[in-house]
Design a protein around this ligand. Structure first.
Ligand SMILES: [Zn+2]
Length: 483
């Protein structure tokens, strides 16, 4: 627990003054993380880690409901595995840390610390899959991975991060593609309904797809500074990894065939997205479904009624806890209620419950929404229903606000000049036509610093012409500067 003399709220830089500074201020003041002695790595403190645990639990349930099971593969990957898939090794080589010696001896073969596990899992699947009866293989892994990043930002880009990676193998392309899209939709639903973050669902352009994939699909979220965060990806890998690792099976006609594989993942960067989508100048704002504490009870009033009020507050605490609501109580006598209000607002707790001596007499208490500041006097004997209703309302309101923000920061342009002028003045996403050439995509990146985020499935408007060359547009693309 923080000491009273720390004036956290006043120390947070405002978002409009310096968004990056605001972000770092908030995650430190809210005690989510600390920097580690190893550059680019962070320590997840309990409040930060618990957000990840809620993400894990809900996603894990969804994976299992759709037939997936968890397994665990080793952290170290032999160098030779990476050489087997050309695009994959080119994509990941610059970011790989290597283990070259152990127990005082130089290793015969260098071991990479995994950046992702397609190669290790490909090697194992080759041994496990013999016939169509062994398919599909639907495995997920919760793990840490390492990608040695030059520029890092807590949660959003760290050298070591936590994630899940699903790896599935199927008899044919149709089934593998169905899996790829099924997972993409699980991600969309999870991020929108659990994290209250609206996303744009679509396909990555060839230059932005995963190293070794045939097709990569993503969900993209808009932060409050208008930048994008890729919130999840699902890849159809075709037979690329099956060929590299010789994963064959005997099909229903008794013929050897390569399996079709997929991989998909979300990571702890979702925590960074949560903070940047919902936070405000008062600090963190967490959607109820993912908040470590959903309600904080604060007893108020003069010393002479204190014991009585705290006694009643404890009863309310027990009621809410019994109903499965994640509730806390701060009954410290030596800390002013006003300080507590600011503190828990800064920590993003969705609902505050205040109770004082007059409320006690009237059989009521007061609920206050973190996101809107709305105060509601409710009957104590209907507390569980009232709190549940307010949590639902806060969850919905946070999604609606994020969606309204995104819609008001979404621009449709026809030319690169228009985009350049726009991106300097306004933060946000840009929708534009694209002919499909890498040169035009590159030109956008060079001129504006924005990259293609994805080709949305539902762009709302189809653009006719490429914003760079003016030729016929084959795709309508979302461009944005991204984390
Ligand atoms: Zn073009």
């Amino acid at each position: 627990m923080a000491k009273e003399d720390k004036q956290f709220v006043t120390e947070i830089t405002s978002q409009s003054e310096d968004f990056s500074r605001w972000y770092i201020d908030v995650i430190k003041k809210a005690d989510l993380m600390d920097y580690s002695p190893v550059r680019g790595c962070i320590v997840f403190k309990p409040d930060g880690y618990e957000i990840w645990e809620h993400i894990q639990q809900d996603l894990d349930r969804r994976f299992k409901e759709t037939g997936h099971r968890n397994a665990y593969f080793p952290l170290f990957i032999p160098e030779s595995f990476f050489q087997k898939e050309k695009d994959h090794v080119e994509g990941f080589n610059p970011e790989l840390p290597w283990v070259t010696e152990a127990a005082g001896e130089k290793l015969e073969e260098r071991l990479a610390i995994r950046p992702t596990s397609e190669t290790m899992i490909g090697h194992m699947y080759e041994r496990w899959i013999q016939s169509y009866r062994d398919l599909p293989v639907l495995i997920n892994q919760w793990a840490n991975v390492v990608r040695w990043e030059k520029r890092t930002l807590p949660f959003l880009r760290t050298s070591e991060f936590l994630w899940q990676e699903g790896h599935t193998a199927h008899e044919n392309e149709a089934e593998a593609r169905e899996e790829t899209m099924k997972i993409l939709d699980i991600y969309r639903d999870f991020v929108e309904n659990f994290l209250a973050i609206p996303v744009i669902v679509g396909q990555k352009t060839p230059s932005e797809k995963f190293a070794g994939a045939l097709d990569t699909f993503s969900i993209e979220a808009m932060m409050k500074d208008g930048r994008a965060v890729q919130a999840g990806t699902s890849h159809y890998l075709g037979t690329n990894f099956a060929k590299a690792f010789d994963i064959k099976y005997l099909n229903r006609e008794n013929v050897q065939e390569f399996v079709h594989t997929t991989s998909w993942g979300v990571s702890t960067r979702l925590i960074g997205a949560l903070i940047m989508v919902h936070g405000d100048d008062r600090g963190l704002a967490l959607p109820p479904k993912v908040a470590p504490k959903q309600v904080m009870i604060i007893p108020i009033g003069p010393p002479k009624t204190r014991d009585e009020v705290v006694g009643r507050a404890d009863e309310l605490f027990a009621q809410l806890k019994k109903a499965g609501i994640r509730v806390g109580i701060d009954d410290r006598a030596d800390v002013r209620p006003g300080w507590k209000f600011n503190e828990y607002e800064m920590r993003g707790i969705p609902v505050r419950l205040e109770i004082g001596p007059r409320d006690m007499e009237n059989g009521v208490c007061v609920l206050v929404s973190r996101i809107s500041g709305e105060k509601k006097v409710v009957q104590q004997d209907q507390l569980v229903e009232e709190v549940t209703a307010m949590l639902d309302q806060v969850q919905q309101e946070m999604y609606d606000r994020a969606l309204a923000f995104r819609e008001s920061h979404f621009y449709s342009v026809d030319t690169l000049d228009e985009m350049k002028a726009n991106i300097e003045e306004q933060r946000g996403f840009t929708l534009a036509g694209w002919c499909g050439s890498e040169a035009c995509e590159d030109a956008v990146k060079q001129e504006t610093g924005a990259t293609s985020r994805n080709i949305p499935f539902d762009p709302q408007v189809e653009k006719e012409l490429c914003l760079v060359c003016g030729q016929k547009a084959n795709h309508t693309v979302v461009f944005a500067r991204a984390y």
